[in-house]
Structure formats: C-alpha cells, structure tokens
Design a protein around this ligand. Structure first.
Ligand code: NDP
Length: 288
C-alpha cells in the first residue's frame, strides 16, 4: 500500500479561489480592496521570484499589491521609515518584509517595527505570543498551511502524537503551537535531539522542517503516519524535501510531495491573512 499523496497545489488553488470570492464581497461592502505591501531590499534572485509570485497571487485574488523595491545598500533608518509609513497607511492591511534582509540591516528591529495588526507573516513577537496564549492574531503562513493540509486527511487531530523536526521561529515553533492547540501531544526535535529516529517512529504525525535533503528515512516512519514535508532543498536531482519521499511513500498513510505540497499553501495563507486583516481593520466579519 502506498500513501495518499496530499495535493498541496490543488488545495492551494481551491483556497485561493475561495479567498477571491470573499475578497469580491469585501470590496462590495467596504468600497475598497484589501492591500498587501511587500518590501524587498536588494536583488537576491530567490527573493525576487518570491516577491513577484506573491504580487501576482495578490492581484489574482482581487487585492491590491503595493511593492517597494529598495536598493541593496538601503540603511536601517530608511527601511524603518518606510515601515512606519506603511503602518500609518489606511490602504495597507498587510506588511511583509521579504527575508533574508542584506546582512548590514537589523532584521529584528525591522520585524519589531511592523504594526502587529498588519503583520500578516505572523513573525512579530506579539503575534507569536498571541498564538502561544490562544488569542486571535496572525499565524505564520507555512505552519498554517501545514495544519490545513493535515486536516484534509485527519479532520480531528485530538490525542495524536506529533513530532515536529525543527524549532525555527518561522516554521517549527509555530507549528508546535498549532498542534498543541489541536490537542496533539507534541514533541519538538532539533539538532541536539537524542535518537531522533526512535522519536519519529512514535509519531502519528511527522512535520519535517530541517533543511536537509532526504534527511528523514522511510524506516523512521510509523506505518500509516501522516507526513508533512516543509523542506525545500535544491539538489542535482531537482527540488526535494527533508523526507526521503520514495521510501516514506511506501510506509506512510499520507504524505505531502515536494514540490507541490506545503509550498503552494504558503502564499495562499498569506492571502488569507491579508483578507482577514482587512476584515478586522474594517470591523467586518471574516468569512474564513
Ligand atoms: P532553519 O534552518 O531556521 O531551522 C532548521 C531546524 O532544523 C533547526 O531547528 C535545526 O536545529 C533543525 N536541524 C538541523 N539539523 C538537524 C538534525 N541533524 N537533526 C534534527 N534537527 C536538525 O530552517 P526553517 O525552519 O526556516 O526551514 C526549514 C526548511 O523548510 C528549509 O528547507 C526551508 O527551505 C523550508 N521552508 C519552506 C517553506 C515553504 O513555503 N514550503 C517556508 C519556510 C521554510 P537547531 O535549532 O538545533 O539548529
């Protein structure tokens, strides 16, 4: 028996279509479009591609994309001043500063400067705190997409054992918080974890966010487990995840592919957060 392949591309397309419908209703009611401001500093090729596709997806959903491209030698004061301007701009519902920033810039100061109520990436410590304490805020897009994919195959996660491999602020930690909120029993593993294969073997749900190609082997997976592979690793064989897909697909109950799994959900969740932000700011009930 091979695993069910969780089609992230199809899920993301459906979510984006749903958001577009809700955005149309919002525009009708509010007389304006939700606005997402994206700030790119420098010319990093991967970041440029991400910013371009975020802009396209934003417009396709019927929202306003406000793009600010700043030269690589921009200083902290200029970037912080732009963030302040966007914080104060009523047409802007979401602010996203594309990471990584050039090394001379103070990433933490920039993330702290973003109004938490426009922080659609969910990276501001206020939003991390809201997530940890169960208050409404913004949840980082990648783990939010992971939970949606998980629930597409496991509608009720209550009581399941989950192992999250990776403890970054962007993926691993918020993923663990979301799984706790879904009443899973959560283990967070990282580079100092002892006997990782044994821990992964206990898990009904494995979320891999490590950044090492094919790191998690098929015989670490409990038969029938659900595997969510966040990793994006460029290899000579093309893009691969953190899980050895060819091996794991023979053991798991369901698994996300790379590409076409978690990746497409991330942008869809960014659109979702922007729409929700616009609704909150206008005092309208969000339909998602
Ligand atoms: P980070 O590099 O910030 O975190 C990697 C985590 O993996 C760390 O917590 C690290 O542990 C842990 N780790 C490293 N080596 C090992 C090991 N040998 N055993 C166990 N744990 C280990 O990465 P991100 O969280 O930002 O991203 C993870 C992956 O997800 C990357 O491939 C990235 O490209 C991808 N990604 C994909 C997205 C998408 O949209 N699909 C979005 C964001 C990321 P320690 O803390 O101890 O160093």
């Amino acid at each position: 028996m091979t695993a069910t392949i969780i089609d992230g591309k199809a899920h993301a397309a459906r979510l984006r279509a749903t958001i577009a419908t809700h955005v149309a209703a919002f525009r009708e009611q509010a007389g304006r479009a939700p606005g997402l401001a994206v700030v790119l500093v420098g010319e990093d090729p991967a970041s440029s591609v991400y910013v371009k596709s975020k802009g396209r997806a934003t417009r396709e959903a019927g929202m306003e994309s406000i793009e600010h491209r700043l030269p690589a030698d921009t200083d902290d004061a200029t970037l912080l001043a732009l963030v302040e301007t966007l914080n104060a701009d009523p047409a802007v519902d979401g602010i996203l500063v594309q990471l990584p920033l050039p090394k001379h810039l103070d990433t933490q100061a920039v993330l702290l400067a973003i109004d938490p109520d426009k922080d659609v990436d969910g990276f501001h410590p206020v939003n991390a705190g809201r997530l940890a304490t169960g208050m409404p805020g913004f949840v980082p897009c990648t783990p939010l997409g992971c939970v949606m994919l998980l629930k597409s195959v496991l509608p009720d996660l209550t009581g399941l054992d989950a192992v999250v491999v990776g403890r970054s602020n962007i993926v691993g930690k918020p993923m663990a918080q979301l799984l706790i909120a879904e009443s899973c029993t959560v283990t967070v593993a990282h580079s100092r974890t002892r006997d990782l294969p044994a821990r992964v073997r206990q898990a009904d749900i494995v979320v891999a966010a490590v950044g090492i190609a094919n790191f998690i082997e098929g015989d670490w997976i409990k038969p029938g487990a659900t595997v969510i592979d966040v990793g994006i690793n460029r290899t000579e064989a093309g893009l691969v995840g953190d899980v050895d897909f060819a091996e794991a697909v023979e053991v798991a109950g369901a698994i996300t592919p790379v590409p076409g799994g978690v990746g497409p959900m991330t942008i869809a969740c960014l659109l979702r957060n922007t729409y929700v932000s616009a609704c909150r700011r206008d005092g309208v009930e969000a339909a998602l």
